[in-house]
Design a protein around this ligand. Structure first.
Ligand SMILES: Cc1cc2nc3c(=O)[nH]c(=O)nc-3n(C[C@H](O)[C@H](O)[C@H](O)COP(=O)(O)OP(=O)(O)OC[C@H]3O[C@@H](n4cnc5c(N)ncnc54)[C@H](O)[C@@H]3O)c2cc1C
Length: 318
């Protein structure tokens, strides 16, 4: 006959235990009058009318939070070129937001990429998130023979096109194709030396990993903001796939946090909000005052976390 293992003996219920037990550091509250952090929000361009309505609901909901900028991604291999352009152009003309357009090197000549950048400039877009991009459907990256080989080359090319503000990607856990952590850091430095003025990180869940990366950046002479990319987790199984592709690790405690919530959307969203809020407050406790949110075109988690950070809506002009 099988016997279930006996549960571990409960520790003695004494006040002494509280006084000598483990401590979980309290996160600081924001004092009234203390500046609120600067936020930016990332969206992806919609494929269908229904997704377009969802995106615009998201933009309108987050607009009063007055982010520093909002960025719109560029699909693998330029697959969303027109949709990215339409979305950022609409943001310029129909909102008070400052858009940034993502642009990649994959499967395009330099002339094609420059032409897209010119079009952005003419449409009033002044900020580009310059990326290498990935091969559509996965597979080994090969630069286009007449293209920009890597993001650093793209940054240098964009500087010749117009006076864009340029952000680039950074990887606290090292880009999966990098030859080494040092080579990846050298690459980040090249992108900044070529003219980028900010890096936005891939998402991560261990604050210590990001803080160690910041130390390495400082030691390498990097002094621009390395803005943490925050991914509020709305769908844990999907997150695990994203993470595997981008080289981000998903700590086992997260599996435990979301365990049993697959069919309980409401509880999952509460857990996700608390988890992301703890992450940003812990980063704040370490002095970080800028955050980039991967919204996945869903506003509520981002809105709730921004609220916890002290960000309140401002009236938007009619
Ligand atoms: C904030 C953010 C936003 C993103 N937005 C998009 C998006 O909109 N669309 C999209 O398709 N993807 C996007 N991505 C994903 C990104 O395109 C991929 O992670 C891609 O694999 C690397 O892009 P990168 O700009 O970091 O590349 P790079 O900085 O060019 O680096 C890519 C790899 O090549 C290595 N490397 C660089 N130079 C050399 C060299 N000369 N020789 C050998 N190796 C070299 C680097 O170490 C690294 O491993 C985004 C990522 C982040 C973090």
């Amino acid at each position: 006959m099988n016997h279930a293992p006996a549960p571990p003996a409960a520790p003695p219920a004494t006040l002494e235990r509280w006084l000598t037990g483990p401590r979980f550091g309290a996160l600081p509250a924001r004092e009234p009058g203390h500046p609120v952090p600067a936020l930016s929000f990332e969206f992806f361009p919609p494929k269908t009318e229904a997704l377009e309505a969802q995106l615009w609901h998201c933009i309108r909901r987050l607009e009063p939070l007055a982010p520093r900028f909002v960025s719109v991604t560029y699909g693998a291999g330029g697959s969303t070129q027109e949709r990215t352009h339409t979305t950022v152009s609409r943001i310029v003309t129909e909102t008070v937001l400052t858009p940034a357009a993502h642009l990649t090197c994959v499967a395009a000549t330099r002339a094609e990429v420059n032409a897209i950048a010119h079009r952005y400039w003419e449409a009033g877009i002044r900020h580009i998130v310059a990326l290498r991009g990935d091969v559509p459907g996965g597979g080994r990256y090969e630069p286009h023979p007449q293209g920009y080989a890597y993001a650093a080359d793209l940054v240098a090319g964009l500087r010749q096109v117009a006076d864009f503000e340029i952000s680039v990607a950074a990887y606290p856990e090292v880009h999966p194709a990098a030859l080494s952590a040092e080579a990846d850091l050298d690459n980040l430095k090249r992108k900044l030396d070529a003219g980028a003025t900010r890096a936005i990180t891939n998402f991560f869940f261990e604050t210590a990993t990001y803080l160690r990366f910041l130390d390495r950046c400082l030691a390498a002479g990097i002094n621009v903001p390395i803005v943490p990319g925050i991914m509020p987790v709305s769908n844990f199984p999907q997150l695990a796939k994203f993470a595997a592709m981008s080289g981000a690790s998903v700590p086992s405690w997260m599996g435990h946090l979301f365990e049993g919530t697959d069919d309980d959307l409401e509880i999952r969203r509460m857990v996700a909000a608390i988890m992301a809020a703890e992450q940003v407050r812990l980063l704040q406790a370490n002095g970080i005052d800028e955050f980039h949110f991967y919204t996945l075109n869903r506003p509520d988690l981002t809105y709730a976390i921004a609220h916890i950070l002290g960000v309140r809506p401002r009236p938007t002009p009619a």
